[in-house]
Design a protein around this ligand. Structure first.
Ligand code: GLU
Ligand code: ZN
Length: 501
């Protein structure tokens, strides 16, 4: 029996591609596509090709290209062929392949599979109205122009696009995610593959390069499903010319939904990769979360590594239903990956964030390094992102605390300040400045003597010392900060509360 995904291919013959248009910040939906292709290629021991779809010269920038390369490097999504890596099917930037496209258009033309169309949009629309047809798109008017008609159009000074002839029968394919999909011919008009100015269109170059690069499987977002029948028609037109071997297998990944019932669009907050890099998400956490947008490793398990994903990945188990992008879930998955880091890894990853916040020197001083190490131990279990970690540790590196206004207003009330004063008195008597001694002194005074609940006892001390209600464990933080600075901060609490009040 042939394999339902591989057909007659050997696993290592699998060739997939990630073809971003370098228009700027990668969309998380694109990253999900890159990840699924990566996992698919690795699962079979096949090849992942990076192809840059930059034929729209007005929209694509060198920065956009650099951002694709940097993003993939940050994510740890490596590719076997592509710009900068090489491979036998290059160049891998479409802007360097215009001669190839021109040649193929000529061959399609000569074979009668493509034709020049001189119609204006207005003419096409007027004919559609007159015929009462509900079908959108081109009606095939120029398919059979005589030489005289052509010459007449040329004499009028008209320009032409090039269109591909779509066969007049349903286009049916077996989607690896959605099963059999059928498009009726009235929904697949003869579409343009070359602009009037001679530039090749996306509709041409995407399938042409799939064919030339020997792509066996196309895994991409469902938003592209409507263009798939046109592409299939083109692969089929190319095959008799000796280009490619017909259509690759398709698998359309579920739509990624944002707020409400709308697709997460490029313009929505939270749709771009850069935001997550800046906030200090881990590549492993982000990728793990994006894998869950359509796939899962097991019912009872949602934290896994990319390697585990590649091993277990099965495109037929991708869920075709829309997947909702859920920031809370992403944060919790990322926090799980933060806990999986060793303390050393956490330290190393925190340094650039502490640096960026101007909290430490570059490179960190010895005293700073010590604080980073001990601080990392304190926050390891309770931090969601590296950015959050740097915020939590900021109080260790600043001479003056930066107070969170809301937290000060809530906690450093009159009652809160009285607690701080009592804590100050108790701590002043602690000679041996260790976590245990600090713990003992504060508990004896605030809980046992004053009868406060631990939350009411330690909350004000925490805000006075760290500036925030969420911090590393309090007694350890006090020890790490040192006696002198701790007492000074407790002394400064009334001023801080006054300044905000
Ligand atoms: N350049 C297209 C995009 O980024 C490629 C789509 C595809 O075929 O995967 O949307
Ligand atoms: Zn026409």
């Amino acid at each position: 029996m042939t394999d339902p995904v591989l057909g007659d291919l050997a696993p290592e013959q699998v060739r997939v591609r990630f073809p971003p248009s370098p228009t700027g910040n990668l969309h998380v939906g694109n990253v999900r596509s890159a990840l699924f292709n990566w996992a698919f290629a690795h699962h079979y021991g096949g090849t992942l090709v990076l192809r840059i779809e930059d034929t729209d010269l007005a929209r694509n920038t060198p920065e956009g290209y650099a951002s694709v390369i940097d993003s993939l490097a940050w994510l740890g999504i490596d590719y076997d062929e592509g710009p900068g890596v090489g491979g036998e099917f290059g160049p891998y930037k479409q802007s360097e392949r215009f001669d190839i496209y021109r040649d193929i258009v000529t061959r399609l033309h000569d074979a009668g599979a493509a034709y020049d169309c001189y119609c204006t949009n207005e003419e096409v629309e007027a004919r559609r109205k007159a015929s009462g047809s509900k079908v959108q798109g081109y009606d095939g008017h120029c398919r059979h122009l005589t030489d005289e008609q052509r010459a007449a159009y040329e004499a009028e000074g008209r320009t032409h696009v090039v269109r591909i002839k779509i066969p007049d029968r349903p286009i049916v394919f077996d989607d690896l995610v959605r099963g059999e999909v059928t498009f009726q011919p009235e929904h697949v008009p003869d579409f343009a593959i070359v602009r009037a100015n001679g530039d090749p269109l996306y509709t041409l170059v995407n399938p042409v390069d799939d064919a030339l690069m020997g792509i066996t499987h196309v895994l991409r977002g469902e938003d592209l499903l409507s263009s798939t029948p046109r592409q299939i028609a083109l692969y089929e037109a190319l095959e008799p010319l000796g280009i490619g071997t017909g259509s690759p297998r398709f698998g359309h990944l579920p739509i990624v939904m944002g707020e409400g019932n709308k697709r997460l669009s490029k313009r929505d907050a939270g749709s771009g990769l850069a935001e997550y890099v800046e906030r200090g998400f881990l590549p492993a956490g982000l990728l793990n979360y994006l894998a869950l947008l359509g796939w899962g490793i097991a019912e009872d398990r949602d934290v896994f590594t990319m390697t585990e994903m590649a091993e277990a990945f099965d495109i037929r188990r991708v869920n075709p239903n829309p997947a909702r992008f859920d920031l809370k879930k992403l944060e919790s998955i990322n926090a799980a990956h933060m806990r999986l880091l060793s303390i050393e890894e956490l330290e190393q990853r925190l340094v650039p964030f502490l640096r960026e916040a101007d909290l430490i020197e570059d490179p960190p001083t010895q005293a700073e390094t010590l604080k980073i190490t001990e601080g990392s131990v304190l926050i390891h279990e309770r931090v969601g992102t590296l950015g959050e970690g740097a915020d939590m540790l900021a109080f260790l590196f600043l001479d003056d605390v930066v107070y969170d206004e809301t937290d000060v207003a809530k906690v450093l009330t009159e009652g809160g300040l009285a607690v701080v004063a009592a804590a100050r008195e108790a701590l002043a008597a602690v000679a041996d400045w260790t976590t245990a001694a600090i713990d003992g002194a504060l508990r004896a005074k605030l809980v046992d003597e004053l009868g406060l609940k631990p939350r009411n006892a330690f909350g004000p001390v925490r805000v006075a010392v760290t500036g925030r209600r969420i911090s590393p464990p309090l007694f350890e933080s006090l020890e790490l900060l040192g006696r002198e600075q701790s007492l000074a901060r407790l002394d400064a609490a009334p001023a801080a509360a006054g300044a905000q009040g």
